[in-house]
Design a protein. Structure first.
Length: 291
């Protein structure tokens, strides 16, 4: 990326009403941005995944703004302020529409630079793929980044997750998502996890159980550039060369697909000690999409 003066912007919480439903997130907006990034978290967390309390060094909105990007980390429908309305979001079209409308309302008439780029982690990848492939605005996106997801689970993960239900968190799940422990700052998991009430809306169970069939279909409808990222120490999804190439091949209608395996990183790429390196690689990829 070409150098430009760093912009000091303090990310701030935002809540807006869409059809009477509060939609929330964290926004760091800069004047004349290179582009605008919308980041969507995975399960059992909120936009705090990209802007964890007490860990400014891990914040995507902070880093992105300093590099000249506007960044909106949005709570997915049924999370954050919209949690009380979770039952309204079983319909996939409704979820996609609400996110696009929340983006438009929160950003308002702010300059979006070269356009919107969508970034997703884990279960958030489903929403981003639908936004890119099933909505009229999808073809106008600069591109998308999906991470922490895949087609085939690792054998140990498959055995552990087979016992998961909407009411039961299986033994061993923490080890899959948060180990090796030395990859993460102390107590960062507790800073971003939902700990009170339902940890995810009801539709998440269907999303997870049908992902093996849904992912290939959604990927085939995407017609913008795609980058697919996994950590070197990913423990849920296969991250070997052949598995990542298999995922890349699903995006047959995308103009280009890039795969990236990130060193010294686990499942939660945006929360490890190497989060800033990962986020910087995303910014560099977005700049490639702009050019």
């Amino acid at each position: 990326m070409t150098d430009r003066p760093a912009v000091a912007v303090e990310p701030a919480p935002r809540v807006t009403l869409v059809d009477g439903v509060p939609m929330s997130g964290v926004l760091a907006a800069v004047p004349a941005p290179r582009a605008t990034i919308v980041a969507l978290h995975g399960g059992a967390t909120t936009a705090a995944y990209f802007h964890p309390p007490g860990h400014p060094e891990l914040s995507l909105p902070r880093l992105g703004a300093a590099a000249g990007f506007t960044v909106l980390a949005l709570d997915r429908p049924g999370f954050g302020a919209s949690g009380a309305f979770a039952s309204e979001f079983d319909d996939t079209t409704r979820r996609v529409d609400m996110v696009y409308r929340a983006i438009d309302t929160i950003l308002g008439d702010r300059d979006r630079g070269a356009g919107l780029f969508l970034l997703a982690h884990s279960n958030g990848s489903e929403l981003v793929l639908r936004m890119a492939g099933e909505h009229p605005q999808g073809d106008t996106l600069l591109g998308i980044e999906i991470s922490g997801t895949g087609v085939e689970q690792q054998p140990n993960a498959r055995a552990i997750l087979a016992g998961a239900t909407a009411e039961r968190i299986p033994t061993g799940l923490r080890e899959l998502l948060w180990e090796p422990a030395e990859l993460y700052p102390d107590r960062v998991a507790g800073a971003v996890r939902i700990t009170g009430g339902p940890i995810s809306p009801g539709y998440e169970a269907t999303l997870v159980s049908s992902w093996g069939e849904t992912f290939p279909r959604l990927a085939g409808a995407v017609r913008v550039p795609v980058r697919y990222s996994l950590g070197e120490h990913e423990r849920v999804w296969r991250n070997d060369d052949s598995a990542m190439a298999e995922v890349a091949a699903l995006f047959g209608n995308a103009p280009r697909v890039t795969v990236a395996r990130h060193r010294n990183a686990g499942h939660n790429l945006s929360l490890g000690h190497t989060a800033a390196d990962y986020h910087q690689s995303v910014l560099s990829y977005i700049q490639e999409c702009i050019q």
